[in-house]
Design a binder for this molecule. Structure first.
Ligand code: FES
Length: 171
């Protein structure tokens, strides 16, 4: 395959992805009327559908609620709940609260970073895992705590980290 053909192939894939995004966004927008007050609920629903806010979606939404695109970006960046890059299928959260810190959470975080090869806030290239840290899960009695999707793992040790992350089927 020539370089030109490879480039055309990549362009086709990107184009198809963009089409899929706009089609899904348009479906979501059908249940709204287009008033500015709907901006946050729309952003929430779009993020729910894709796991993040794709760039193509932002211009679509801006047109729909009739505000400049920078206003949509500005609103979305104000709220920490919104993400602008794809997240992994599995979200790993390590607690960095005081209760967990004194019980060794920095070592847990280091081990997760080592096993996954990513840092806090990053996603693995295969989109399998996203690593995040949180201030406290409210389960300090179980410190140190790590959460994989909705599953809470308490009194975690560095030895357990790899075993847990290897059991993808149980997440
Ligand atoms: S400090 Fe980690 S759960 Fe509270």
């Amino acid at each position: 395959m020539s370089m030109t053909e490879v480039t055309q192939d990549i362009q086709t894939v990107v184009q198809k992805d963009e089409e899929a995004v706009t089609t899904r966004v348009d479906e979501i927008l059908e249940s709204y009327t287009g008033i500015k007050a709907e901006l946050i609920p729309i952003l929430q629903q779009v993020q729910q559908a894709f796991g993040y806010l794709p760039e193509e979606a932002m211009s679509r939404i801006a047109k729909f609620v009739d505000v400049p695109e920078c206003t949509v970006f500005g609103t979305a960046t104000f709220y920490t709940q919104f993400k602008f890059v794809p997240t992994g299928r599995n979200i790993i959260k390590v607690c960095r609260g005081t209760g967990c810190y004194v019980k060794g959470s920095p070592r847990i975080l280091e081990e997760v970073e080592k096993v996954l090869g990513i840092k806090d806030g990053e996603t693995t290239p295969d989109l399998e895992y996203t690593l995040e840290t949180v201030a406290c899960f409210g389960s300090c009695a179980l410190a140190p705590v790590m959460v994989v999707n909705d599953r809470v793992y308490g009194r975690i040790t560095t030895d357990k980290v790899k075993k847990i992350l290897d059991r993808k089927d149980q997440h």
